[in-house]
Every structure is written in C-alpha cells, then in structure tokens.
Design a protein around this ligand. Structure first.
Ligand code: B12
Ligand code: SF4
Length: 436
C-alpha cells in the first residue's frame, strides 16, 4: 500500500482562446491534500506546444493523470490517452463537460472539486465498489451518473493562483477575453462569481455541469480577486464567465457597488464583460445603471431566435417584448447591446428562420452573432436527437460554425443561405465606451 500518490492535471492542446480557470480550482483541491497524500503537478499543453516525445517524458511516474475535456478538444485528448496507456500505468481521470466522451478509466462529470477530493483521499481504495459510492464519478463503460456533489461555499475553494496558471504568458501569447465593442483589446482575465443556473434551456449544458442551484462567491472574494488581477497582472478587463450573473439581482447590485468603490480608488480605465450574456428578465433599470458605473460598456444577451415558437421549443422562458424594453434601457444608459442567435434548432422551419432574420435586422442590437445549433451531451435535446439518429456525427468535436444537424423541414442549402443573408452589422457607439 502506498502512503502517497502523484497526480498530474493536463490542460490539453486545442483549447485556443480559453484560459484554464477550472485547472486553478482543481489545483487548489490538490494543494490542500498535497504533502499529506498527494503530490500534484500541472501541465499546460495548450500554452506550450509539445511533440510526442516531450509529452511522453512529462507523463512518466504519475499514479493519476487528469485531463480536462471540452467538446472542442476530443481529437487531442484521445491521442493523449493512447500515449498514456502505452507509456505509463497511471489511472486516467477525465473531467469537464465532455468527460464521458473519451476512453478514460474514470470520468468526473460536472463540477469536479468534491468528487476529485473524495477520489484522491481514498486513493488506496480505487476499486469499482468504492468508486461507485462517489457522486459524479462514472466508471469506464458504466452509465453516466449526474449530478456531482455541488459545493455550497465557493470561497472555500480558495483563490485562483493566476501565476501557477501562467496568466502573463497567456497574455503575452495574445490571450484576450471577448469584448465586441472595441478593436484594441485590454489586458483581460476571466473570473467566476457564481456557479449554476436555475433555468432549463433545452440546448444548454450549463446547469448539467454546474447544477440548477446558484452558489456565490462572497463580494469580498471577488473584489480581492479583481484587486490581484489589477495590481499584480495589470489587468484592465475582467471577464465574468458566470452562466447567470444577474439571477440574484441584489447580489449583482452589491457586486457592482463594490466594483464602483474599487474604481474610485484606481485611476486607470477598467472594463467588465459578461461573455455568456445575462438574462433580460433578471435585469432592472437600477442594475443597468450600476453596471454602467461599474465598467460595463456592452451587455450581451441571448435571444437565440426571433420566433416565439422556437423560443418555446428551446424552453428559453423569455419574450421578445421584454427584450426590446431592456435593450432600450441599456441604450438609455449608454451601453452597447450584443445578441447571440442560433439557427437550425429542431422543429425550425423556413418561417422561423425568416422571423429570426426580421428580428435581427429590425431590432436595435448593436451587433448580432449567429451560429448553427450544435447539440451538447447531457442536454435533453441531445438525448432526443441521438435517440432518433438525427446527428451527422456523434462524439465529434463541437463547433458552432459547422452544421451537425439539419431540421426536417430544412436543407443544408437553406441554412447556409440563411446564415449568409445576415450580414454582421456593427453599430457600436465608441463614445459610450469612452464614458468609462
Ligand atoms: C466561459 C465559457 C466559454 C468561454 C471561455 C473563456 C475562458 N475561460 O477563457 C469562451 C467564450 C471562450 C468559450 C468558448 C467555447 N465554448 Co464555452 N463555455 C463557457 C462556460 C459558460 C463556462 C466554462 C468555465 O470556464 N467554467 C468555469 C470552470 C471552473 O468550470 P469548468 O470548466 O466546467 O470546470 C469544472 C468541471 O467541468 C470539472 N472539470 C473540468 N476539467 C476537469 C478535469 C478533471 C481531471 C476533473 C477531475 C474535473 C474537471 O471541474 C471543474 C471545477 O468544478 C461553459 C458553460 C458551463 N457553465 O459550463 C461553456 C461550455 C463549456 N462551452 C462550450 C462550447 C461548445 C464552447 C465552444 C466550442 C463553442 C464554439 N465556439 O464552437 C468554444 C470553445 C472553443 C475552443 N477553442 O475550444 C460547451 C461545451 C460543450 C461540451 N460538451 O463540451 C459549454 C458546456 C456550453 C454549452 N454549449 O452548453 N466558452
Ligand atoms: S442558456 Fe443561460 S439561462 Fe438557459 S439554462 Fe443555460 S445558462 Fe441558464
């Protein structure tokens, strides 16, 4: 029996434009049990390109190797798994939103900290009977079991070590978080303030990964993180990655007020973005005003469709009238509005696409982004499409620019023509950004 084990966490190649925030949280888990039972290391193959020999050299002598799997990096991960199997005896643990789509020994599906900790604290008992008692872990070949064991107190996960994750090297290599309204990007870094989303949009994997119950970091935690990023890494744009930042409107207001105070003490321009969008039904005018004061220059919202029928099929729980009203308020307070849309949702017809086109062209969005619907595992709509054999490719690399599903009443030509007919107009008002 060993009294110590060695674990390596890998952030794979092919995660272009994505900063490994999840690795920061998971390394904190490992560090807490480090020294006692676990010796941990982190390998970022996305930041440092490696040839096969270097990769093999880096994976030797570990008992456990954990790899993060998004739908966009399956090819690389499958290659790593083959190399690990050929060159090491390590137990392979996959994690992340597409964890179960690769041939790992164990997969941790959804929020990973609790399951990984339970797993490693008992590393001498890694047999299927024991592992099947840990929430959120799938044993190779078995059914997927949701959900994970969600952590209530997010602050207990500790502060992200942006040095360990080599934020400055990411920035030197051109890492930029999305901000549609400006050409010259600021030095940016991502943070999470909340996890989870209570909604059940049928295409979205967010709640599958992070649960329906929203958990929050304390305002103090968030401000301390922003301060470190601002002072130590000269970050001037914070990208909040939450699924539903404004669900608890009061929390969002308190956060904005604390950021306004932070801005007052710091002279340089400082912006905030919410790349995943906020829900219009979780915004009021007071919050919109506070967001502007705190440093938002644009607000991203996700109507997804201009067809009420499609919105119903998607279970979006939003309506177009509300969207228009909130858009007016956001403009009134001098911020740009970006809208995310998708087409080719199951059940859509030409008429629905036309409604989306009319809405995009006639509404007041400053910019619209249109992608093809591409179903993600774990969502209700994915299960249905798999059951009906309706996907062109299963377990493929997920890419919203490619067509993987064509609704019954439409053709590939219809979809390509429709997407091509929506020219990306930008009507951004730079002066609104200069306010900040
Ligand atoms: C923010 C975000 C982005 C940002 C990333 C910004 C950044 N970090 O720099 C941007 C906008 C760039 C982005 C892009 C894309 N995204 Co995105 N994104 C998200 C979002 C909202 C949050 C991800 C995140 O950072 N969460 C915070 C961290 C802490 O959580 P986490 O990564 O999930 O990690 C936890 C667990 O998954 C697990 N875990 C993760 N790795 C590992 C490894 C091990 C060993 C273990 C044990 C556990 C574990 O433990 C972690 C801690 O709890 C999710 C939705 C969601 N709520 O999950 C979608 C999501 C991950 N994205 C998705 C997709 C498809 C994409 C794109 C491919 C879309 C496209 N353009 O075609 C691209 C990726 C392009 C690329 N180069 O690969 C899908 C993934 C679907 C899938 N099954 O793989 C999701 C789930 C959204 C959805 N459609 O439902 N995305
Ligand atoms: S699309 Fe947004 S609101 Fe809907 S379930 Fe996903 S995160 Fe929640």
């Amino acid at each position: 029996m060993k009294d110590r084990a060695k674990m390596l966490l890998i952030w794979p190649e092919g995660m272009d434009g994505i900063f490994p925030l999840s690795m920061g949280y998971l390394m904190n888990v490992l560090k807490k049990i480090d020294g006692k039972q676990i010796e941990s290391s982190f390998l970022d193959c996305s930041l440092t390109a490696m040839d096969t020999e270097q990769f093999i050299g880096s994976i030797k002598e570990f008992d456990y190797i954990g790899i993060s799997i998004w739908g966009s990096n399956l090819d690389n991960v499958n290659r790593y798994i083959d190399l690990i199997r050929q060159n090491s005896d390590a137990i392979i643990i996959s994690g992340g939103p597409s964890a179960h789509l690769v041939d790992a020994d164990f997969s941790i599906i959804g929020e990973g900290e609790s399951s990984l900790k339970a797993f490693l604290l008992n590393f001498n008992r890694i047999d299927t009977d024991f592992v099947s008692t840990i929430q959120g872990v799938r044993i190779k070949g078995n059914e997927i079991r949701y959900p994970s064991d969600f952590i209530d107190d997010l602050d207990s996960l500790g502060y992200i070590d942006y040095d360990l994750l080599q934020l400055d090297r990411y920035l030197d290599n051109g890492y930029k978080d999305w901000m549609y309204s400006i050409k010259d990007k600021f030095r940016s870094a991502p943070i999470m303030t909340t996890r989870g989303c209570p909604y059940s949009c049928a295409y979205c994997q967010g709640p599958v990964v992070m649960g329906h119950n929203i958990r929050k970091h304390s305002i103090e935690y968030v401000i301390n993180t922003i301060q470190t990023l601002y002072e130590k890494h000269n970050i001037r744009q914070i990208s909040i990655l939450d699924d539903n930042l404004t669900f608890y409107i009061d929390y969002a207001k308190q956060l904005c007020e604390a950021i306004v105070k932070f801005r007052e003490k710091h002279q340089e321009p400082f912006l905030l973005t919410t790349i995943n969008g906020v829900r219009v039904n979780r915004l009021d005018e007071e919050l919109i005003i506070l967001m502007k004061k705190a440093g938002w220059a644009e607000v991203v919202i996700s109507p997804e469709s201009g067809s009420p029928k499609t919105l119903k099929l998607m279970k979006k729980s939003i309506n177009i009238a509300d969207m228009e009203q909130k858009m007016e308020l956001i403009h009134k307070h001098r911020m740009n509005v970006v809208g995310y849309f998708m087409c080719a949702y199951p059940g859509e017809t030409k008429k629905d696409l036309e409604m989306t086109r009319d809405y995009i062209l006639n509404s007041k969005f400053d910019r619209c982004i249109l992608n093809f619907f591409n179903p993600t595992p774990g969502t209700p709509v994915y299960a249905e499409l798999i059951k009906n054999g309706a996907l062109r490719q299963v377990n493929n690399n997920i890419n919203y620019k490619a067509i993987n599903y064509i609704p019954e009443d439409l053709t590939e030509h219809d979809l390509i023509e429709f997407k091509g007919s929506i020219t990306e107009k930008t009507r951004f008002k730079e002066k609104w950004i200069k306010d900040l």
